[in-house]
Write a protein that binds this ligand. Structure first.
Ligand code: ADP
Ligand code: MG
Length: 320
């Protein structure tokens, strides 16, 4: 049994203008201590998937089907109070997209880090401050930061604080939703190195979410490629880069700017992702796919195991 087993999860937003099928039948497994990168263009449902894993989907959204099992226990079926008591922040925590800009301006960093500790553990204020000091050092900051206010910190320092907060209760799984997007390239690299170090030292599993395939290479053992609410390809990072199968994955790889070696022509993917209120009936990528043929517009391709541990949903690789 894997640490995390996501099975056919579906999360929809019930808006006045229709039902947005933001996550529509996603399945994957994550072993203890493993790192998984989830990549795909903006709007493909990555954040919605992350919110689902924490049972924090904002209204008008909700999980409408599927299971999310942690150590075999389905958290979709749990009550909110059970999730709060047993799961959220303790087993699985999250660095929210843009969280570093959402730190509370009127509290010191120290107060913000100890808050979850006082709320979720029996620690005294003194013990919580001790743990906060440990956490702040673990993310490579000086303890004096604890007395500062968010506006006194750089972007990179704020992001480290947010990471420290996600680690506070020693979760087994940390989800990082676009943790480097707002940072400059040098700081991005530092944050990724920090996450790599934490992963190795604390043996926690990391789910790294990004629209930038270039970012996941450093940290992720496994990669899931998402398109329009679905996983279209899944495999080891090595397999995904050396032997990509899905035309969308191939296009994403061609769109990664390379720093070393030849200057490759940066190719962008023509067209736009579908409206998730009325996705195309067959393969959702078909309207943009250079390799589409007769079944693609009509029938959705099943996800198949093409080679050991390498999964793809594309008619090029399966018979009808
Ligand atoms: N609160 C919301 N209400 C309605 N639709 C939403 C909401 N949040 C996200 N969506 C829609 O869900 C889809 C997936 O969004 P999101 O999960 O944020 O994608 P990503 O993180 O990959 O950019 C998009 O079509 C988006 O417009
Ligand atoms: Mg997002």
């Amino acid at each position: 049994m894997a640490l995390l087993e996501v099975e056919n999860i579906r999360t929809y937003f019930y808006t006045l203008r229709g039902v947005v099928k933001a996550v529509d039948g996603v399945s994957f497994k994550l072993e203890k201590g493993e790192t998984l990168g989830i990549v795909g263009e903006s709007g493909c449902g990555k954040s919605t998937l992350a919110w689902s894993l924490l049972r924090l989907v904002p209204p008008p959204g909700r999980i409408v089907g599927g299971q999310i099992r942690i150590d075999g226990k389905d958290i979709v079926a749990m009550s909110e109070s059970e999730v709060r008591r047993e799961i959220r922040w303790k087993r699985i925590s999250m660095i929210f997209q843009g969280a570093m800009n959402a730190l509370n301006p009127v509290y010191t960093v120290g107060d913000q880090i100890i808050e979850p500790l006082l709320l979720h553990t029996n620690m005294t204020k003194h013990e919580a401050l001790e743990r906060a000091r440990e956490l702040i050092e673990a993310v490579g900051l000086a303890p004096s930061i604890l007395e500062r206010y968010p506006h006194e910190l750089s972007g990179g320092q704020k992001q480290r604080v947010v990471i420290a907060m996600a680690l506070a209760l020693k979760p087994d799984i940390v989800i990082a939703d676009e943790p480097t997007t707002a940072l400059d390239v040098v700081v991005q690299a530092q944050i990724l190195n920090l996450m790599k170090k934490l992963h190795q030292e604390e043996k926690m599993s990391i789910i790294l979410i990004t629209h930038d395939l270039g970012v996941v290479t450093e940290l992720s053992e496994k990669i899931a490629v998402m398109y329009a609410g679905k996983i279209v390809e899944f495999g080891s990072a090595e397999e995904i880069f050396e032997n990509p199968l899905h035309p969308y994955t191939k296009a994403l790889i061609r769109a990664v700017p390379r720093l070393k070696g030849d200057i490759h022509k940066l190719e962008y993917i023509p067209g736009t992702p579908p409206d998730l209120r009325s996705p195309p009936p067959g393969c959702r990528f078909a309207p943009r796919c250079p390799r589409r043929f007769e079944p693609c517009d009509k029938e959705e391709p099943p996800i198949i195991e093409y080679s050991k541990g390498h999964y793809v949903a594309c008619w090029l690789y399966s018979k009808r």
